[in-house]
Design a protein around this ligand. Structure first.
Ligand SMILES: Nc1ncnc2c1ncn2[C@@H]1O[C@H](COP(=O)(O)OP(=O)(O)OP(=O)(O)O)[C@@H](O)[C@H]1O
Ligand SMILES: [Mg+2]
Length: 250
């Protein structure tokens, strides 16, 4: 579903991604963990074309987004193809990014109407179904300002799902939340995993990574240090840097 090979990215001379490679199979849940500033968000943003890569190769569901030739020149596919590929992925951010001037329902139906040109009558029943799924149908007509952080994040997940993505990318979806609100968001994500949604999740929640992710990848200073099946990764991390990080998270 996702194939990223040899991704490099610098910001103003600072190398932020150094040869990062990761693949995700259909229905797979992969957690990315690592210290602050290690490049986790930048990597997700490159997959989603919120950032461009300097070199490497990205293909989503077998369709090439960007590739690098033998001379090291990186090129992207056409804008139309980039948009087409982008629609295969939904993203959920730490800070929810809901539209404050739209109701919960309005937030969910906006992109399907504007981006996909769907009729309101067609998307509203689906939006309501998604709100039931995340346990928020009673908040249908509320504004985001009236919701708790956990509720906002569940609306953000419903909003991403309304575009019917094949892959969901999460960037620390619970780190802006109080601990008592984290559980409700993780439950929703766990449910999606059980429904075989393909998910790439940057998280500090080691419990989630251990219990829900099939594979865990550790990033440090722009490098993907190691990745492996969750149980193995936590029981026997191979690299000293991974061990030190896991120690610090206890
Ligand atoms: N738009 C940008 N311009 C310049 N530097 C950037 C930009 N975005 C990220 N960086 C730098 O790239 C590095 C990696 O940042 P990134 O946000 O990917 O880290 P992260 O692993 O997601 O960290 P955190 O856990 O704190 O979210 C950092 O040193 C950051 O300062
Ligand atoms: Mg980040």
């Amino acid at each position: 579903m996702i194939e990223a090979r040899g991704i490099r990215k610098s910001f103003g001379g600072q190398s932020v991604l150094r040869d990062v490679s990761l693949t995700l199979a259909r229905g797979e849940v992969v957690a990315i963990i690592g210290p602050s500033g290690s490049g986790k968000s930048t990597f997700l943003r490159c997959l989603n074309h919120l950032e461009t890569i300097d070199s490497g190769h990205i293909a989503i569901e077998g369709e090439v987004l960007a590739t690098t030739d033998a001379q090291g020149r990186c090129s992207y596919v056409s804008d139309a193809q980039v948009r087409h590929i982008g629609r295969k992925m939904g993203m959920v951010f730490q800070s929810f990014n809901l539209f404050p001037h739209l109701t919960v329902l309005g937030n969910i139906i906006e992109a399907p109407m504007v981006v996909k040109g769907m009729k309101r009558e067609a998307i509203v029943p689906r939006a309501e179904e998604l709100l039931r799924k995340v346990g928020l149908i009673d908040k249908r007509d509320s504004y985001p300002g009236r919701l708790s952080g956990g509720q906002k994040q569940r609306v953000a997940i419903a909003r991403a799902l309304a575009m019917e993505p094949d892959i969901l990318l999460f960037d620390e979806p619970t780190s802006a939340l109080d601990p008592e609100l984290t559980g409700e968001v993780l439950r929703t994500m766990r449910q999606l995993a059980q429904e075989h949604m393909t998910m790439l999740v940057v998280t500090h929640e080691m419990g989630f990574a251990r219990e829900v992710a099939h594979r865990v990848a550790f990033m440090d200073q722009g490098e993907l240090i190691e990745s492996g099946p969750a149980a193995e990764f936590f029981a026997q991390p191979r690299h000293a840097r991974t061990r030190a990080f896991l120690q610090s998270m206890l």
